[in-house]
Design a protein around this ligand. Structure first.
Ligand SMILES: Nc1ncnc2c1ncn2[C@@H]1O[C@H](COP(=O)(O)OP(=O)(O)OP(=O)(O)O)[C@@H](O)[C@H]1O
Length: 251
């Protein structure tokens, strides 16, 4: 892959919080339209990578390039979906969905017009005037994802978006996300603890070591798309899953 074709390129990124050496030497690439996952032990510094990308903190060392240029201002590049759905319980679903747009300076009316056509596609039609507590966990995550993608940034950063869901809902959401990613040509970087989730969704997977994190493995997932849950039982998927588990247990 040449430098120009990369949407995102991290080279030798390091980060220390006080005495805590979190990121040792992290190099990660994402091409336009690619779905890439990061797997790693708890506390390895995965979310710290997202903090750095979104400008929450600065890397101590290394270089970050976006579309071939050094990343100076991350504010308009990434749409982050954080670990918890973080919906505001007192705002209706429609107003939760427009939050990111309002933060960008759009009026509530314009923002509402923009999100309206997407409710159907996100399986939320008819729930616009509900409050978050009236929705299932899977639906709340779809609202959070809707709020993220509506910002129309060049890249999605998904931090364990389905971590809190039950196994069945999580599988349904993974299927749905795979379909949506294919339809919308999103570029996505996903943090997950779930090896099967990473295999099901990704084109490539990076495995990080424990702190200080560095990439120990980079594994390609050549399964055809669109994918179905049954594809995870294929010899290829089973082999990749086993390879990832071994990589993780060895970190
Ligand atoms: N802003 C911060 N200030 C100080 N320490 C921090 C900060 N952000 C993260 N850390 C510490 O850095 C370490 C790595 O945290 P991070 O959340 O990046 O790990 P993670 O791999 O995403 O973990 P998990 O898989 O459990 O979500 C943790 O020990 C955390 O306490």
């Amino acid at each position: 892959m040449s430098a120009e074709t990369k949407r995102l390129a991290l080279r030798g990124v390091g980060k220390q919080f006080g005495d805590l050496n979190v990121l040792g030497d992290v190099s990660i690439d994402v091409a336009p339209g690619e779905f890439v996952s990061i797997l790693g032990p708890s506390g390895a510094g995965k979310s710290t990578i997202f903090q750095i990308l979104t400008g929450g903190t600065k890397a101590d060392t290394g270089v970050i390039a976006f579309d071939g240029s050094e990343l100076a201002d991350a504010s308009d590049k990434f749409a982050l979906m954080p670990q918890k759905d973080a919906l505001m319980p007192w705002r209706r679903i429609v107003d939760n969905a427009t939050l990111g747009l309002e933060v960008q300076g759009l009026s509530r009316k314009t923002a509402r017009e923009k999100v309206a056509p997407l409710f159907e596609e996100f399986g939320l039609a008819g729930f616009e005037q509900h409050y978050p507590h009236q929705l299932s966990g899977g639906m709340r995550q779809r609202v959070a994802l809707l709020r993220t993608v509506i910002q129309q940034r060049q890249m999605l950063l998904l931090d364990e978006p389905f971590g809190a869901l039950d196994a069945l809902t999580r599988t349904a959401m993974q299927q749905w996300l795979e379909r949506m990613w294919g339809q919308h040509n999103w570029t996505a970087l996903l943090i997950t603890h779930d090896v099967r989730e990473a295999v099901f969704l990704s084109d490539r997977i990076y495995v990080l070591s424990a702190r200080p994190a560095r990439v120990t493995h980079e594994i390609r997932v050549p399964l055809a798309r669109p994918r179905r849950v049954a594809d995870l039982a294929s010899p290829e998927a089973t082999r990749i899953e086993a390879e990832l588990l071994e990589a993780l247990l060895g970190t």
